[in-house]
Design a binder for this molecule. Structure first.
Ligand SMILES: [Zn+2]
Length: 194
């Protein structure tokens, strides 16, 4: 029987590294092992597709951080990731912070709301990759498309995710993301999605 949905599971298991600086979100794994020896706190990755061959191919490509096309990530942002990920991964994996610093002027960084991938740190959002610029036109088009498609299925969920995308926040000097700052952190960058 054909259900129309196929999935493939990674052959490795991972232990997520919840990072308090990014509100407990996890950009990296702290451990990887064969699925045969996985501990109870491990996770596996599940790739879902309408095409079994695509699900399997995506699992294989993601093992080598090369499944950008399969995930629909714009080529410009894939290039940005490949160029910078190895260095950033060793520092915790927050490739969004350098983008904020690159556009910050007078302690304020203005970023197109569709390119605000930090929304994921605040519990949701619609930008699931690190954009190559604060106004990446490919990312803006992709997120607008998600708003339209998801909006036709669940308008309330879509509205709440857009709200998180547009929420202003602060990035402190030591790389912490917060929705408000105290006086000791006055040098934090105020990030304004617009
Ligand atoms: Zn881009």
């Amino acid at each position: 029987m054909r259900t129309g949905v196929a999935f493939s599971i990674s052959n490795e298991a991972f232990v997520s590294k919840a990072d308090p600086a990014i509100c407990g979100f996890s950009n990296t794994f702290e451990g990887t092992e064969s699925i045969l020896f996985a501990e109870r706190n491990s996770e596996v990755l599940c790739y879902v597709s309408s095409d079994p061959t695509k699900a399997r191919a995506t699992a294989e490509l993601d093992r080598i951080d090369n499944a950008g096309d399969q995930f629909g990530i714009p080529r410009c942002c894939q290039m940005h990731f490949r160029k910078n990920w190895e260095k950033i991964r060793k520092q915790g994996g927050d490739l969004f912070a350098p983008l904020v610093h690159s556009v910050a002027a007078d302690a304020t960084a203005r970023i197109n709301w569709q390119c605000n991938s930090a929304a994921m740190y605040f519990g949701g959002g619609l930008c699931w990759h690190f954009p190559c610029s604060p106004s990446c036109t490919e990312t803006i088009a992709l997120v607008n498309q998600r708003v339209e498609q998801l909006g036709s299925i669940d308008p309330d969920l879509t509205a709440s995710l857009v709200e998180i995308q547009r929420q202003e926040f602060f990035l402190s000097k030591d790389g912490n993301y917060k929705t408000c700052v105290d006086f000791s952190e006055m040098s934090a960058i105020h990030v304004v999605p617009f």
